[in-house]
Design a protein around this ligand. Structure first.
Ligand code: NAI
Length: 270
């Protein structure tokens, strides 16, 4: 008996990185998963691979910036597997070139990131909730980001959208809890997914490494296992929370890395 045996799960942005990890772990633990992604070939390929290993999965096209497309992904899930018990609102975009500081950022990019990162969470939930209510409960899991908890010198729209995802998570939890629908978030720190490795120069990875409490970077499965836990009944009394999975990066005094260097220098002089 798997940890999410028989549950039907829709994972947006499920063809790569964090979404692919969540889809794989959910399928391995007994869920029927729908992998919805802009890259439909990769979504179908991932589902085919899971099926060849004896798990239940389907791939479908999704443009998370379009309301109709989100509706279609939810409808596809229900048409294929009869209901929807778990929704992982995972799609999120970042743009290092256009999403800058408040004065210089591109306003069209602001709107685009708000649509894909935030409105898609509202819409995915809006379309899935009636089926979850009918099914007698469900679990919605939103991929936020540690960027939603701290200020930064750039990526204003990304941080603002993810901060709003954290609060939207609480509103969904408050509004539908009596229907036994839980809504939680997971806020990754830097996770070495294809997107992060493409966007982050090695020097930036080194900076993150220096400020992590733990001596290694996060991997997609670190988030996938959190999603699995939140999807399962093991977390049945947890709702409205966003779990920070960030290697102790933000939980420490921000001076800690520099202070450690300073202490080494003091010791060396003794
Ligand atoms: P990824 O690029 O590896 O995977 C994202 C998937 O979403 C891809 O398969 C892509 O085709 C799909 N996608 C992109 N735009 C889409 C759209 N408009 N409609 C449907 N699908 C679309 O990304 P990763 O790193 O796994 O990120 C997943 C989530 O985790 C995002 O919400 C991201 O903001 C968040 N996150 C990631 C962190 C990291 O360090 N990797 C850190 C904090 C948050």
């Amino acid at each position: 008996m798997g940890r999410v045996q028989g549950k039907v799960a829709l994972i947006t942005g499920g063809a790569s990185g964090i979404g692919l990890s969540a889809a794989t772990l959910l399928a391995q633990e007994g869920a029927k998963v729908v992998i919805a992604d802009f890259n439909v070939d990769a979504a179908v390929e991932a589902a085919t691979s899971l099926k060849s290993q004896g798990f239940e999965a389907s791939g479908v096209f999704l443009d998370a910036g379009k309301e109709e497309s989100i509706k279609e992904a939810v409808e596809f899930t229900v048409a294929t597997y009869g209901t929807i018990n778990v929704l992982h609102n995972n799609v999120g975009l970042t743009n290092l070139r256009k999403d800058l500081d408040v004065i210089n950022m591109d306003l069209e990019e602001w709107d685009h990131l708000m649509d894909v990162n935030l409105k898609s969470v509202l819409l995915g939930s809006r379309f899935a909730l009636p089926y979850m209510i009918k099914a007698g409960g469900g679990s919605i899991i939103n991929t936020a980001s540690m960027a939603g908890f701290a200020g930064d010198v750039t990526r204003t729209a990304y941080g603002a959208s993810k901060g709003a995802v954290v609060n939207l998570t609480k509103y969904i939890a408050a509004q539908y809890g009596k229907h036994k629908i839980r809504c939680n978030g997971v806020a990754p720190g830097l996770i070495l997914t294809p997107a992060a490795e493409k966007n982050m120069p090695p020097a930036v990875l080194d900076i993150f490494g220096k400020f992590n409490a733990l001596p290694y970077h996060g991997e997609a499965d670190d988030i996938g296992y959190t999603v699995l836990f939140l999807a399962s009944d093991e977390s049945k009394f947890i709702t409205g929370q966003t779990i920070q999975v960030e290697g102790g990066h933000y939980g420490n005094n921000p001076t800690i890395a520099d202070f450690t260097d300073y202490m080494f220098q003091v010791q060396a002089k003794k």
